[in-house]
Design a protein around this ligand. Sequence first.
Ligand SMILES: [Zn+2]
Length: 92
Amino acid sequence: MRDRSSVKNDMHKQTACPFCNPDKSKVILANGHAIAFHDGFPDTPGHSLIVPKRHIASFFEATREEQAALFDLLAEMQIMGSTEMAFYESCR
Ligand SMILES: [Zn+2]
């Protein structure tokens, strides 16, 4: 069971995390559990990120619902013309 300091630490991470609080002007798409936005420091023109709304360290920590939401946005982004994808482990 998690103690109060662990919960407080997670809340701090979430408020400070750029993935949990992307610039609203960069948001491309969103659904119930995920959000897609333009990368503030793009590797290539048009580089974008698709992340869960909940602060987690890895795709593999996402629930099935969150994973489905991430793939739904990925499919929508592909339809919009983005064809490459990669999974990144965050530094959380
Ligand atoms: Zn976060």
